[in-house]
Design a protein around this ligand. Structure first.
Ligand SMILES: Cc1cc2nc3c(=O)[nH]c(=O)nc-3n(C[C@H](O)[C@H](O)[C@H](O)COP(=O)(O)OP(=O)(O)OC[C@H]3O[C@@H](n4cnc5c(N)ncnc54)[C@H](O)[C@@H]3O)c2cc1C
Length: 438
């Protein structure tokens, strides 16, 4: 008898949890992702600021499921869904729109960067959503210091050594604090012609406070900590323009060669594929059992789903995606084996955390509001616990201890293929010149 086929699209927090919840189900589970790795997004900023290497925050999906015999992993980009024929279409390196049939479908495709209608900003202000983004930001930051060291004209130092982050949510706050620590400690003794500690780190947001999803006292604590680290915090004004020279905010031009976008996200096109009702942001409105109306076989979970609880939409955080993925997997399992059906999905909020530089975090869980070193220890423990494999846990723990004690970072390599091509060409050209003049 043919096995029930469960297709899961996206191996982020939601998709991974759904697939794992189906490990004992007599079904064939097909997990499709456009990358070959599961990425631990909350630590992306640490790759962008050189603390960790890309391999410390991501694991090959195939390796995660090596022991789950009912799971097959496909590397491909899903391009659409046919609800009537019950199949998804994916493209890979040499084929387009290959159909894969399903009995149950879980869409867990997350979000992408959104520039709030200003897509032209993308070329000047990269975001932080994938490993490629994180390495690109790391290259850009480190390159700015190298250029400044080589630059004779001190007036250009100002632009090169000004780093702007647009968006003061958790990513912007964590990233600006980590950058401030990088420039004021790690890099300090390594340059001869510039003083890295003179670099400006500017955090801008139109909101009146940083970390707006946290309570006011924690926002204030985070802002004070940022200022202590030397971050200029500019709130209450949206950015008027981002271009090759920097930004304009509240009518003032801030010159910078490194602007990083940490402001907005937009959901994946799951709503368009399914042609179903979405919220204003474009996230698929799901029912309390996380299925879409009239299709009990289609689940949408995580950042790309929209569900209200206690009159408020659930936030786009890892815990929501994880719990929803697990719930969808269990519900599908109960449909297939005929067990008791779980109650409607209910999110259990374990709290919110954000780290603000070395040894300081803010933590909010229920009525508990903590800031400082104890919150940082809790932050570190929780993040280690949720890394996908024990080898990553050990590796990240060792790196954190090393960085904490010595200030040294995991990887400060500028890995820029085109840059090195150019470098090789110009090196070859100059060697040629030398040979000719000889
Ligand atoms: C920089 C950053 C920092 C964050 N920090 C925190 C934090 O501190 N705490 C917290 O709780 N949350 C944090 N989040 C949010 C958290 O990471 C997300 O809420 C969570 O990842 C959502 O899980 P998901 O499964 O919905 O999507 P994701 O984890 O984003 O996974 C989506 C997956 O779908 C794949 N995919 C997308 N489209 C396709 C397609 N067409 N075909 C095939 N595959 C596709 C992607 O490759 C990806 O693997 C952060 C996010 C970012 C970007």
């Amino acid at each position: 008898m043919a096995r029930t086929k469960v297709v899961i699209v996206g191996a982020g927090f939601g998709g991974l949890a759904a697939a794992k919840a189906l490990r004992k189900t007599p079904a064939s589970v097909v997990l499709i992702d456009r990358t070959n790795h599961h990425l631990f997004e909350p630590l992306l900023y640490q790759v962008a600021t050189s603390v960790l290497t890309p391999g410390q925050i991501a694991s090959p999906i195939r390796a995660i499921f090596r022991r789950q015999k009912n799971a097959t992993v496909i590397l491909g980009e899903v391009t659409g869904v046919d609800k009537d024929k019950k199949c998804v279409f994916f493209s890979d390196a040499d084929r387009e729109n290959v159909p894969i049939p399903y009995d149950y479908l879980v869409l867990a495709t997350g979000v992408t960067q959104s520039y709030f209608g200003h897509n032209e900003y993308a070329q000047y202000a990269p975001g932080l959503k994938t490993l490629v983004d994180a390495v690109a930001v790391r290259n850009k930051v480190l390159q700015a210091f190298e250029q400044a060291e080589a630059e004779e004209d001190p007036s250009r130092h100002r632009d090169l050594l000004t780093f702007i982050l647009v968006g003061a949510g958790p990513t912007g706050v964590e990233m600006s604090a980590a950058l401030a620590v990088l420039v004021r400690s790690t890099l300090q003794s390594e340059f001869r012609r510039i003083d890295p500690a003179s670099a400006r780190v500017v955090l801008v947001d139109m909101a009146p406070r940083v970390l707006p999803t946290f309570s006011e006292d924690l926002s204030t604590a985070a802002k004070e900590r940022l200022q202590k680290l030397g971050v200029e915090v500019r709130l209450g004004h949206s950015v008027d323009l981002i271009d090759a020279d920097g930004i304009i905010v509240a009518g003032e031009r801030i010159f910078s060669k490194t602007v990083i976008w940490t402001a907005g996200v937009a959901p994946s096109p799951a709503g368009k594929w399914l042609n179903v009702d979405t919220d204003r942001a474009g996230r698929v409105r799901v029912q309390p059992d996380l299925t879409v109306p009239a299709h009990p076989e289609i689940f949408v979970v995580g950042d790309t789903a929209s569900l209200d609880q206690n009159g408020k939409p659930l936030p786009g955080v890892a815990q929501v995606a994880l719990q929803q993925g697990r719930y969808a997997g269990k519900l599908i399992h109960s449909h297939i084996v005929g067990g008791s059906t779980p109650k409607p999905f209910k999110y259990f909020d374990k709290g919110n955390m954000a780290v603000v530089g070395k040894g300081f975090a803010v933590l909010q869980t229920g009525k508990i509001h903590l800031s400082g070193f104890s919150a940082w220890l809790a932050w570190a423990a929780v993040h280690l616990e949720f890394l996908t494999t024990s080898s990553l846990r050990v590796s990240v723990f060792v790196q954190w201890v090393w960085t904490y004690v010595t200030g040294q970072r995991g990887s400060r390599l500028i890995v820029n293929h085109h840059g090195s091509d150019k470098g090789t060409r110009s090196a070859a050209a100059s060697l040629g010149t030398v040979a000719v003049t000889k």
